[in-house]
Design a protein around this ligand. Structure first.
Ligand SMILES: *Cc1c(COP(=O)(O)O)cnc(C)c1O
Length: 226
């Protein structure tokens, strides 16, 4: 218990420092605590310490935790199969991992049935890693254009995952910088159902660099729960 709280204090302090270094306001950065694989008690401890937003990457686990703690804000951050869409829409605050057109259509379809809107971030594969999901940067503009035909889906920004940094954390900086640049560029264009207010980038290894490069959502798991 003390460990989670100490970890949280440390992560919050580092977020603050990264904000100060880069002229940002700490309140502008949302910390999503990634609770995948940790038990409900750990989630409760983090919640009591002031965290309201939790990230999960598996649908079953998300459903289980949502049922136990339905008043928290749950974020889907992992790859989502289209046949699981029905189990997610209506339970989640934000889907960070919209990575293909078929999934956009299914999310819209399900949201329409429930008569709600579903919010998602478009996952962009900046580094072009084959094993990572996401739309190629050059396809993002066309994707956002097409989203206008899906009235129950709201795109609220972008998400990316940097390659594993090994021992050189600076190696990830250009990835975050490029997504920020793309976001600034596309904000000047007009799309329907698109707001581009969030940049979800940065995990335990690299959230400070991500904030320095413009992230306003960071997804931190290990640094909090282990
Ligand atoms: C697991 C995961 C995280 C958190 O990773 P940590 O290294 O534990 O902070 C963030 N984003 C996604 C998409 C993840 O799957």
């Amino acid at each position: 218990m003390d460990k989670i709280i100490n970890n949280l204090n440390d992560v919050r302090y580092r977020i603050e420092q990264a904000c100060v270094r880069s002229g940002r306001t700490p309140g502008d950065v949302l910390l999503v605590a990634v609770s995948k694989t940790v038990d409900i008690d750990a989630v409760r401890i983090a919640h009591e310490a002031g965290i309201n937003d939790f990230g999960e990457n598996r649908v079953q686990e998300l459903n289980r935790k949502f049922e136990a703690l339905p008043d928290l804000k749950w974020h889907m951050i992992g790859r989502l199969q289209t046949n699981k869409v029905k189990d997610v829409v209506g339970q989640v605050e934000l889907i960070h991992s919209l990575d293909r057109w078929k999934l956009a259509e299914e999310l819209n379809k399900r949201a329409k049935i429930l008569d709600i809107n579903v919010s998602a971030l478009l996952q962009v594969n900046i580094a072009g890693e084959e094993q990572k999901a996401g739309v190629a940067p050059s396809d993002v503009d066309a994707f956002l254009d097409s989203v206008g035909s899906l009235p129950n889906l709201k795109i609220e920004g972008f998400m990316t995952m940097a390659p594993f940094a090994e021992d050189n954390i600076e190696s990830v900086r250009p990835v975050f910088r490029e997504l920020y640049k793309l976001s600034q560029e596309l904000k000047r264009r007009e799309y329907y159902n698109v707001s581009l207010k969030y940049l979800s980038m940065g995990m335990s290894q690299d959230y400070e660099v991500a904030i320095e490069e413009g992230a306003n959502i960071v997804r931190v798991g290990t640094a909090i729960f282990q």
